[in-house]
Design a protein around this ligand. Structure first.
Ligand SMILES: Nc1nc2c(ncn2[C@@H]2O[C@H](COP(=O)(O)OP(=O)(O)OP(=O)(O)O)[C@@H](O)[C@H]2O)c(=O)[nH]1
Ligand SMILES: [Mg+2]
Length: 365
């Protein structure tokens, strides 16, 4: 049995954690009070936030799993304030985690672009890596590109700082890429969060299964250690009449991925985990799809989980060596940073002009 630590930081991280808890507790409104998590593994979840209201909004996360860092109402997208706030509360946060026991792996979920999650996460990962030897993965949500210069700037710095720590891998989720998920912002968030939850639960189940032909945490760690320590997930659920080959293909298509990537060109390793009733899992089709993928990306870890009477589902994980989309994102972020700088300079020079104008002048009455 694996011991898994799952942290959700800031509003976005909290909400995705809540979606995972919702799914893992079976989905009922009151299930958090009486249900057991549907994991084989021991999964400890903690939601951390500076905004009390964000924590109160969570519906499926138990009160003991919510940690409020006293700081007004969030840090207002200011990463400097966020970092200071983390440093002041570091010991309390680390103690809370330590009290939860020993772990085999941890996942930290956050948006890259807000203030709290994006500033806490790199610092927390660094502290945890210094104390523990288990691998730590970060699930990072990129902003909608039109959300403004501050968010773009935050996201770029958050990613950079995170990649300077010894984080074992960054799993990318891109709101912009997934924006078709809902007509309005609330439905889009809810569906994106649910997409991440679906994939995460599937992964945990697959890593902690005792069936034949499964992938385990060791395989996952090897997969994530390749390339640029960047990765993303794909997923698809097949209908009764869909061939397993099509379900595998769909999981790797833009409809299944969480971040825009060209798996055949940008991935260096992959993992494919297939689950469902035996009658859907044609071994020849599976082998031929895995072979096609491995001839392009190198090694592909493969796992098959037989689940009676269940329709086929496929999770694909790609570790990337390059990302055209991320390069583009960084360029946009640099433009955003320049714009912020220009605005600051304009404000400064306006102040100086005003100071000059008033120099030596006293009010006359
Ligand atoms: N997918 C998804 N994205 C979200 C959600 N809530 C917020 N975001 C995104 O997260 C970013 C804002 O970060 P938040 O997580 O709200 O910020 P925070 O960490 O709470 O930081 P502060 O509020 O500044 O203290 C924006 O890019 C939003 O689009 C959510 O529920 N799902
Ligand atoms: Mg917030």
């Amino acid at each position: 049995m694996l011991n898994i630590l799952l942290l959700g930081i800031g509003q976005c991280g909290n909400r995705i954690l809540d979606a995972i808890n919702h799914l893992s507790l079976g989905g009922g409104r009151f299930s958090k009070y009486y249900s057991q998590q549907q994991y084989v593994s021991n999964v400890q979840t903690i939601a951390i936030n500076t905004a009390l209201n964000d924590l109160k909004e969570l519906k499926h996360t138990r009160a003991k799993d919510r940690v409020h860092i006293p700081y007004l109402h969030g840090v207002g997208a200011n990463r400097n304030i966020g970092k200071q706030c983390f440093i002041e509360n570091r010991d309390m946060i680390l103690r809370t985690i330590e009290e939860r026991g020993n772990f085999d792996v941890a996942f930290v979920i956050t948006s890259a672009s807000g203030g709290t999650g994006s500033s806490f996460t790199p610092l927390l990962v660094k502290e945890l890596k210094e104390r523990y030897s288990f691998p730590i993965y970060s699930i990072i949500v990129l902003p909608f590109r039109e959300e403004g210069t501050l968010y773009m700037q935050n996201a770029a710095f958050c990613l950079q700082e995170l990649r300077e720590t010894s984080v074992d891998g960054v799993i990318l989720v891109d709101n912009q890429f997934l924006k078709q998920a809902g007509k309005d912002i609330k439905t889009a968030y809810d569906s994106i969060n649910r997409m991440v939850a679906d994939r995460f639960l599937f992964l945990i189940r697959a890593l902690d299964s005792e069936m034949m032909m499964v992938t385990d945490l060791g395989d996952f760690n090897t997969l994530m250690a390749s390339g640029a320590r960047l990765a993303t997930f794909g997923f698809a659920k097949g209908g009764k009449n869909q061939s397993i080959k099509d379900v595998i293909k769909e999981s790797m298509s833009p409809r299944g991925l969480l971040f825009s990537t060209q798996p055949y060109e940008e991935a260096v390793r992959a993992m494919i985990i297939i689950q469902g009733d035996k009658k859907y899992l044609d071994i020849n089709e599976i082998t031929s799809e895995v072979e096609t993928l491995s001839s392009n990306v190198g090694h592909v870890f493969k796992g098959v989980l037989i689940r009676n009477r269940e329709e086929p589902q496929v999770l694909t994980i790609f570790s990337l060596s390059a990302s055209e989309e991320l390069d583009k994102f960084y360029l946009e972020a640099i433009e955003a940073i320049k714009k912020e700088k220009e605005q600051k300079e304009r404000t400064k020079s306006q102040k100086e002009v005003a100071n000059d104008l008033f120099k030596g002048i006293e009010p006359e009455y």
